[in-house]
Design a protein around this ligand. Structure first.
Ligand code: URA
Length: 239
């Protein structure tokens, strides 16, 4: 990587303007793992670069999973707390930005993916991909008993919509506790599905996307997906 490219590369990771990064480079604050100062013509991989001794943020094409707490919104600007406050402050400054894959409501917790790979983001959110999103649902009232059949029918029409929902799978765990797998990501979908049957969702947590689960990641924490995570993500399709 040539000097100019290194500056541009690091600037695009959200470390500042190209001018800011050029001055970090000039000040000798960007080094290799062995401590040698990088300069004009540095031909180094992302994981070999340190800034002030700290490893560089993940390279472009990253997918991150966050265990989203209740009370945070999937947006870059809002009066409420933002999921970006839980991630690196540089993530929303990157070009391209690390953006949420679909959204979770402010009051929904659980598995949220974010990526700077626009094509992958589109693929993961498209209903045509039939990617299974699994939620744990706490309800205000007892289940009636017909929910699984109605959700599986592929004919349920939500308020104000003109196309029925794709079939969804419901597993009852308790009188007011269920697990539901959906393949779409319509606005407030799960809450509206139960509202359509006269119930109300009290608590909603997403615990899986495809075969990828939170797997012990503490609430509020995040990590970068590895190859095996990515395989789990796209290995299983359909509700
Ligand atoms: N369905 C909802 O109602 N909310 C979410 O955040 C996700 C699915």
């Amino acid at each position: 990587v040539k000097h100019v490219k290194l500056v541009k590369y690091i600037a695009n990771l959200g470390y500042g303007s190209r001018r800011d990064v050029a001055s970090l480079l000039a000040a000798g604050r960007i080094t290799g793992r062995d401590g040698h100062v990088l300069g004009e013509t540095a031909d180094v991989a992302n994981d070999e670069i340190l800034i002030d001794g700290e490893p560089l943020d993940p390279p472009p094409g990253v997918v991150v999973m966050l265990h989203k707490p209740v009370g945070y919104v999937c947006s870059t600007k809002d009066a409420d707390r933002l999921v970006y406050e839980l991630l690196s402050a540089r993530f929303p400054l990157r070009s391209p930005i690390i953006a949420p894959v679909g959204r979770l409501d402010r009051d929904t917790s659980g598995l949220l993916l974010l990526t700077d790979d626009g094509q992958l983001n589109h693929r993961l959110t498209s209903p045509r991909t039939h990617l299974r999103k699994v939620y744990d649902v706490q309800l205000a009232d007892d289940l009636r008993g017909d929910e699984a059949a109605v959700f599986a029918s592929g004919t349920l029409l939500l308020d104000g919509e003109t196309t029925p929902l794709q079939p969804a799978m419901l597993e009852q765990l308790d009188s007011r506790h269920a697990r539901i797998a959906v393949t779409e990501g319509r606005y407030h979908q799960v809450r509206r599905m139960f509202a359509a049957l006269g119930n109300r969702v009290d608590a909603l947590q997403r615990f899986a996307i495809g075969d990828l689960t939170l797997d012990g990641l503490p609430v509020g924490e995040w990590r970068v997906l590895n190859e095996s995570d990515r395989e789990k993500l796209l290995s299983s399709r359909g509700a």
